[in-house]
Write a protein that binds this ligand. Structure first.
Ligand code: IPM
Ligand code: MN
Length: 366
């Protein structure tokens, strides 16, 4: 079996964490008898610096011809003054749209070894295991019209959702809930926004097709608080593009660090895997970035694109083992505690991965 993966390292810490993720992908694929074919392409600030648009045509073409896209991070303070449509981020937003993955899965679990890293008390953080399903191709991010008035005195964005856009992501969220604890919490602002009223109606309608999954609706402001007070009650959290962006960073503080979380954008022509974190320009090049978010993307890729749930579980088990053995990057330590670097963390995970894969192979051989 072949697996064609387009690798888009991007900006800031993107290249350094992606390099470590690719290592794990090679190890896991080889152990599974999969011939993985990787090609690397520029996006974002890296493309702009080379005199190209933030999403070069060749990058898009390669992504569309691949089985999956593995992306590092996009964003560079050099372009902070630039207008949104020309910034590095525009490349990512155009790529998401072209690949078509409308459901952005952001799993967020607090590893037992990291309860001390959570912003919450250990009692609240322990056992948290939620999945944010963020609608990725609609809402305020893409609504038209948008722009700045000619005299600069006002600016506008449009929040728009169609029934179909809500229904398709809702179906995916309910289907995910069936693989988990059979609960969906839908988050909106239906007391104020028409788009949210539509969201709520459509999610309820879709929910009737999943009678084994419980559904509740919450307003986003109250939910932002509830997520901190009772995160253990949450299973699948279904929400729109902007709310999902904000809530996933908040959820990261529960898990212990933004550097830990992966995402998968599914439902389109080609799946896109990217960590939830950004390019972290101040960390770039220091060798201190946490590679776990990127490595966890490889697990999602193995599960959702390659159809290798065992290999995916082995990667997750390896991360868990490295954390359990006390490996900590800078984002996971406090005060004077010693931290290891990006490569050392990946080294530890790779050792554990090889063991986990051997173990699984031996088990299946019996
Ligand atoms: C994310 C990021 C992106 C987003 C940026 C980089 C455009 O914050 O994936 O959460 O807002 O979607
Ligand atoms: Mn974000």
């Amino acid at each position: 079996m072949f697996l064609k993966v387009a690798v888009l390292p991007g900006d800031g810490i993107g290249p350094e964490v992606t390099r470590q993720a690719v290592r794990m992908l090679r190890v896991a694929a080889e152990a599974s008898g999969v011939d993985v074919r990787l090609t690397e392409w520029p996006i974002g600030g890296a493309a702009l610096a080379a005199g190209e648009p933030p999403l070069p045509a060749a990058t898009l073409e390669a992504c569309l011809a691949s089985d999956a896209v593995l992306l590092g991070a996009v964003g560079d303070p050099r372009y902070d003054g630039w207008e949104p449509r020309q910034r590095p981020e525009a490349g990512l937003l155009a790529l998401r749209r072209a690949l078509g993955g409308f459901a952005n899965l952001r799993p967020c679990a607090c590893d037992d070894a990291l309860v001390g890293c959570s912003v919450l008390t250990s009692a609240r953080a322990r056992g948290v295991d939620l999945l944010i399903v963020r609608e990725l191709l609609g809402g305020l991010y893409y609504g038209e019209p948008r722009g700045v008035d000619a005299d600069g005195s006002a600016a506008m964005n449009t929040m728009r959702y169609t029934r179909d856009e809500v229904a398709r992501v809702a179906h995916l969220a309910f289907a995910e809930a069936r693989q988990r604890r059979h609960r969906v919490t839908s988050v909106d602002k239906a007391n104020v926004l028409e788009t949210s009223r539509l969201w709520r109606t459509v999610v309820s309608d879709v929910g009737r097709a999943y009678p084994d999954v419980s559904l509740d609706h919450q307003y986003v402001d109250a939910f932002a608080m509830q997520m901190l007070l009772r995160p253990g009650d949450l299973d699948v959290v279904l929400t729109g593009n902007l709310f999902g962006d904000i809530l996933s960073d908040e959820a990261a503080a529960i898990a212990g660090s933004l550097g830990l979380l992966p995402s998968a954008s599914l439902g389109g022509r080609v799946a896109l895997y990217e960590p939830v974190h950004g390019s972290a320009p101040t960390l770039a090049g220091t060798g201190r970035a946490n590679p776990i978010g990127a490595i966890a993307c490889v697990a999602l890729l193995l599960r959702h694109t390659a159809g290798l749930p065992d290999a995916a579980a082995a990667v997750e088990q390896a991360v868990h083992a490295a954390l359990g053995a006390g490996c900590r990057t800078a984002d996971l330590v406090s005060g004077s505690e010693a931290a290891i670097g990006t490569v050392q963390m990946a080294d530890a995970i790779e050792v554990a991965l090889s063991e986990a894969l051997d173990h699984r192979r031996a088990y299946h051989a019996v």
